[in-house]
Design a protein around this ligand. Structure first.
Ligand code: ADP
Length: 457
């Protein structure tokens, strides 16, 4: 038996024992008391009926008649005169009886009284009834009943009680064993499950435990296991992607640096190699910056400083900054936003969101393609749509497009050269703004991003 069931069982057993014992004690005393009372009342009634007979016919014959009657019964009678001198006894008269009939008596009520009721210590219980002849007190009828019979009656009763107590106790123990198993089994399963979790084994297999608190706990543990598993997988994937992403530029850098070190190399080729090294280093440092941002977003240490911003003028100013990049590639950028739309954003972070999306529009579009930004309002929400006429994203890639390091073109083309972190940063930044982002894209036609934010009244 495990510790918790033992503890639970002992507490329960203790409580039940106290309950059972006090109940039995109460029951036993009240049964015994009422039994003795009944016996005494019967004895007194018998004495009273002898009195009636005596008062009816006070003669020798009646005495004998009473004595004979009692000799055949379980009770005994002693009739005395006014001075407690024995007139007749129904059986052999002994010391104990002598003690009782010589007891000083005061005025005894007509229906008699109890002379001895200490059934545990004395040999007899006894009552006394006075009788009168012609209105004069003539004597007393003493009734006796041996306490042996009562003792044996009580011991029979005790025997019943003990048998009952043993039966109930057995039942209680069986119930405790059953209950403690039923209660502690799921707890122990959960304990083992969490131990497994802490050792890094996430294959938690807990059965459905119903709707009570135990069920809720087991569900929470299952959710926790799934979350931990997911986290671990994500971390492994993330580390694998990082090392993969770092390896490519580093290989370039190492290779070109190695060649550039040679003495016999042409100066122009060396310059070319050095600029490749410079480009790759720049990409690496950009990636490091992005990763750092993501790590900060993850740790929730990322503070966004939100303020009320008028979205249209804000977008127009970003577009102005970005326009040269578009025109350089022969592309067009249009902002469609005339309304006075106020939102609560961190301007620096939100600029990064728009910048990442517009940068992608440039990277993944052919010259002369158009990109547009439009703003719509809908039921207290602001919908910001950034749409391009670029190469689009295949349907199969769309669900993963916001994942870290996810790129449609897996072979890292050196001219576009993205790290696959841009969109995941966009998503996390928007979530920090309590906003959402959705994507619609058709291969060969273009991509549209739908950002939704709360509008300030
Ligand atoms: P990257 O730095 O590679 O651009 P992102 O996270 O910004 O990383 O984008 C992930 C991938 O999604 C890109 O590699 C690209 O294939 C695809 N993508 C993103 N934006 C667009 C877009 N506007 N048009 C077409 N493809 C896009």
């Amino acid at each position: 038996m495990n510790k918790i069931s033992l503890k639970f069982g002992l507490w329960f057993l203790g409580a039940m024992l106290i309950l059972e014992m006090s109940l039995f004690f109460f029951l036993h005393t009240s049964i015994v008391d009422s039994r003795i009372e009944e016996e005494l009342a019967a004895l007194q009634a018998r004495g009273n009926s002898h009195r009636d007979v005596l008062e009816d016919s006070y003669k020798e014959e009646t005495f004998h008649h009473i004595a004979v009657m009692e000799a055949k019964a379980d009770t005994e009678v002693i009739i005395t005169d006014q001075n407690q001198n024995i007139i007749i006894t129904s059986s052999k008269f002994d010391n104990e009886e002598q003690k009782i009939i010589t007891k000083e008596i005061g005025k005894v009520p007509r229906d008699g009284e109890i002379m001895e009721n200490r059934w545990k210590s004395e040999k007899y219980i006894s009552t006394i009834t006075p009788f009168k002849i012609n209105q004069n007190q003539k004597g007393y009828v003493y009734m006796f009943r041996s306490t042996d019979q009562i003792q044996s009656l009580i011991s029979r009763l005790n025997h019943h009680f003990i048998t009952g107590a043993i039966m109930i106790l057995t039942l209680i123990i069986i119930t405790i064993l059953f209950l403690s198993k039923a209660l502690t089994k799921p707890l122990i399963r959960m304990k083992l499950a969490t131990e497994k979790l802490s050792k890094g084994d996430f294959s938690v297999n807990l059965p459905d435990m119903g709707d009570d608190e135990l069920g809720e706990l087991s569900r929470s543990i299952k959710i926790l296991a799934e979350d931990l598993k997911h986290l671990k997988e994500e971390r492994n994937e993330f580390l694998a992607s990082i090392s993969h992403e770092l390896r490519t530029p580093l290989t370039y850098i190492k290779g070109y640096a190695d060649v550039s070190r040679r003495k016999d190399i042409d100066e122009t080729i060396r310059d070319q190699y050095l600029s490749i090294i410079f480009e790759e280093t720049k990409k690496l440092s950009d990636m490091m910056k992005d990763l750092f941002d993501l790590a900060k977003l993850d740790k929730n240490t990322f503070v966004i400083d939100r303020m009320e911003v008028e979205l249209c003028s804000f977008l127009n100013s970003i577009c102005e900054k970005m326009l040269p990049a578009f025109t350089e590639k022969g592309m067009e950028l249009a902002v469609e936003c005339k309304k006075n739309v106020n939102v609560l954003i961190d301007p620096m972070r939100f600029e990064q969101v728009i910048f990442n999306l517009l940068d992608n529009a440039i990277k993944y579009s052919e010259p002369h393609a158009k990109t547009s930004i439009s703003v719509k309002r809908d039921k207290g929400m602001v919908l910001l749509i950034i749409k391009d006429e670029g190469r689009g994203i295949p349907k199969g890639d769309l669900p993963y497009i916001f994942d870290r390091f996810y790129r449609v073109d897996k072979s890292r083309s050196r001219d576009t050269g993205g790290s696959g972190l841009g969109l995941s940063i966009v998503k996390e930044l928007l979530e920090a703004h309590e906003g959402t982002i959705e994507i619609k894209s058709e291969q060969g036609k273009g991509t549209a991003f739908f950002i939704s934010l709360k509008e300030l009244p």
